[in-house]
Ligand binder design. Sequence first.
Ligand SMILES: Nc1ncnc2c1ncn2[C@@H]1O[C@H](COP(=O)(O)OP(=O)(O)OP(=O)(O)O)[C@@H](O)[C@H]1O
Ligand SMILES: [Mg+2]
Length: 367
Amino acid sequence: MHLQSLTLLNYKNINHADIKFSAKLNCFLGDNGAGKTNLLDSIYYLSFSKSFFNSMDSQNVKHGNEMFMLQGKYFRQNDNENISVGYKQGHKKQFKRNKKQYKRLSDHIGLFPLVMISPSDTTLILGGSDERRKFMDGVISQFDKSFLEALLKYNRALLQRNNLLKYFAENRNYEEDTLLIYDEQLIEYGTIIYTKRKKFLDEMIPVFQHFYNFVSGGKEIVSLHYESTLESNNYREQLLNSRAKDRMSHYTSTGIHKDDLKLGLGDFPIKKLGSQGQTKTYLLALKFAQFEYLKNAGTINPILLLDDIFDKLDANRVGKIIELVSDDQFGQIFITDTNREHLEGILNRISTEYHIFRIEEGKVIHS
Ligand SMILES: Nc1ncnc2c1ncn2[C@@H]1O[C@H](COP(=O)(O)OP(=O)(O)OP(=O)(O)O)[C@@H](O)[C@H]1O
Ligand SMILES: [Mg+2]
């Protein structure tokens, strides 16, 4: 699959742009604040029916205007496809595939798969465990609707169970049978989620390690482990064992909402000792593995957005990444950079077809 052309109107700092892309490699080049990330974000929007950064559409409208519009023309499974979004302040957005509006936006997710690598991804390593669960869940739900459904049901049961624990405490009563209803729901949906997360990681971890070794030139050993309370014991027994504690704290202390990923460099957590370049390499390898997984899980090659990836990486690693992404296993790629000489030096080394676009104060200039 690839994006053939993109039209933007009043999206963030971009007033109007009509861009035709290469099916392989596209580079957005420009100064800080020019609008490079905004352009990537508009491409992200067409795949996920929302911005990577702002969930509030009013913030995506160019200041001083009332509406924004995005339209992408794709070539996908031998067909031309047209995805568009129009938003006017105070109105519901119109998100359409081939001029037909979606009843549910979630039906669109996964049809035009995309992986974005952004500087803000460092939260995956430096942030709390919820960031890492969001990462796993985001990848799996892009192609597995039953996973997403189980997750929504689990979260609802969890909320209700916690509310019930609070209610018991406030009213000084306790009905075991009601609590057991929610326990059974947590067990049912939690087991589905655990099994699918585990399968995802079993497949993803070796691919991740392969990519890390490739980019780092085999210099460091990295590890990644899935930690879940469901892995060792019987979950029903755990809920029972932690019941007294849960009643005291009004909170369900065990289950897949406590899962985490243990990210290691050598014998230590990367969070504690990874250098900036090592952390970046770790993230890139994770995201490349995510790409591989999505590609193999479906039949469509995802679009890859690489925002500022060369920052903090030494020349060897940059060379390796270019070697990697220019390979045929990746499809269409969008890269941003601030330094023209830097980028051209890199692109001279590969034979892949590419387009460079200069971005200046929200204007897109093909060069
Ligand atoms: N709704 C909006 N209306 C107008 N301008 C906006 C809006 N949202 C963001 N901007 C502006 O867009 C600019 C940022 O663009 P962007 O993040 O794409 O820059 P960039 O080219 O990626 O820069 P860098 O190299 O620093 O990453 C900022 O100047 C910001 O104020
Ligand atoms: Mg940027």
